[in-house]
Design a protein around this ligand. Structure first.
Ligand SMILES: Cc1ncc(COP(=O)(O)O)c(C=O)c1O
Length: 393
């Protein structure tokens, strides 16, 4: 008999285990404050919880149309018109998915072919690697460099080849907090036009920006609407990461493939939560202003804690993460530092290397997520101050 066939597939075996979820496990084991994984520890808006309960009570409990509850798709189209002046046809240009995670993998599987090249900026959100592997695409990495996480124009131009099928953009960005400027997006749009490439854009942090930074959907740039897949979700904007409701928006030419894959992957996102999503998308402008102001307070507290406790970091322009240099703390590389922090200080972070293709590029960084109450952040600050006290003796 040959070797056992009871093993994971080659594709599944090639995924590295999620470091972020592993950090959450360690945080629970050691009773640490979890500044690793990006989920809020505060309540979702009451109006949304009520709307979800009413949707279930009102019997929105069967399969919806696979690409989304019609009234929810209409609410999504209205949101894009209101916020960005984008005209989106809810009948043909929207697919509602199980979070932006499914929107991304359904897009990659639905529009890419094996051996197509996909330009990805690094450091990257950890799902983009496995998403590329699953779709058989070949990632071509372009580096974002601190402190403001800009890319080199020549490096980006060189990454585009005749094989380039798409570029993945995540703005506001996890893990760096970068918000791509209109000029940067214009260069990307120019290259997409030249190479007939698709922009796949993860805009899940679209409403979380600081100091007047402005989120620009690349789909609004000249000639980009038809070649952009715009991905977002309820998850972060409304603090409902567990609802698993997101969407992809694109031209009918690309939507067909995405909807087919989505149908076979998941059939549909939860029907009652799509119905409740209409209430979310119709919240008044004040909701977004208040949420952004609260995030700004959290960011400012996080930055002052980091400054006091010896981490070096530039304030993020968007999203709710900060990459902090930990190399001079004397605790070893990023993995050793993150381990020390979770085991002995009681604060979970994510080692920087998990966001880079070459681990050494992130070996001096740890990522803090600050989507937590001021009380939680304050308590983490107390613990980190103890670290600073002990390391300076
Ligand atoms: C950049 C980015 N995209 C997607 C996701 C996941 O989004 P969702 O919960 O809607 O699947 C996250 C979550 O941390 C993220 O940071």
């Amino acid at each position: 008999m040959g070797p056992s066939k009871l093993h994971a597939s080659a594709k599944a075996s090639s995924f590295t285990e999620s470091v972020i979820r592993d950090m959450t496990r360690l945080a629970n084991l050691h009773g640490a404050i979890n500044l690793g994984q990006g989920f809020p520890d505060f309540a979702a808006p009451q109006a949304l919880k009520d709307a979800a309960a009413q949707a279930i009570a009102g019997d929105h409990n069967q399969y919806p149309i696979t690409w989304g509850v019609p009234a929810f798709r209409e609410a999504i189209a209205s949101k894009y018109l209101r916020d960005y002046g984008m005209t989106v046809d809810p009948e043909t240009e929207i697919c509602v998915t199980c979070g932006s995670t499914e929107a991304m993998i359904a897009t990659m599987l639905g529009v890419l072919d094996p051996c197509d090249e996909v330009v990805i900026f690094e450091p990257f959100y950890e799902n983009y690697g496995p998403d590329s592997i699953l779709s058989g695409a070949v990632p071509k990495l372009v580096t974002l460099r601190p402190p403001d996480w800009t890319f080199d124009e020549a490096e980006l131009r060189a990454a585009f080849t005749d094989q380039t099928r798409a570029i993945v953009i995540n703005s506001p960005n996890n893990p760096t907090g970068k918000v791509f400027t209109r000029e940067e997006l214009s260069l990307i749009a120019e290259l997409c036009g030249q190479h007939d490439a698709i922009a796949i854009t993860d805009e899940i942090y679209e409403h979380i920006t600081y100091d007047g930074a402005c989120h620009v959907p690349i789909a609004t740039l000249d000639g980009m609407a038809e070649r952009t897949v715009t991905i977002s979700a309820l998850s972060k904007t409304y603090s409902v990461t567990g609802w698993r409701v997101g969407w992809a928006i694109t031209s009918p030419a690309l939507m067909g493939g995405i909807r087919s894959v989505h149908d076979f992957l998941t059939v549909a996102a939860a029907a009652p939560l799509q119905v409740a999503g209409i209430t979310a998308l119709e919240l008044p402008a004040g909701y977004y202003a208040d949420a952004a102001a609260e995030y700004a307070d959290r960011r400012d507290l996080m930055m002052s804690i980091l400054a006091e406790t010896g981490f070096e970091a530039a304030p993020p322009a968007g999203a709710y993460y900060v990459m902090a240099d930990c190399s001079h703390l004397g605790l070893g590389d990023d993995v050793a530092t993150a381990r020390h922090l979770v085991e002995h200080v009681g604060v979970a972070t994510v080692p920087g290397s998990s966001f880079f293709s070459r681990p050494e590029d992130g070996a001096h960084l740890v990522r803090f997520a600050f989507c937590k109450t001021l009380a939680t952040l304050g308590a983490a600050g107390e613990r980190l101050r103890a670290l600073h006290g002990s390391s300076s003796h």
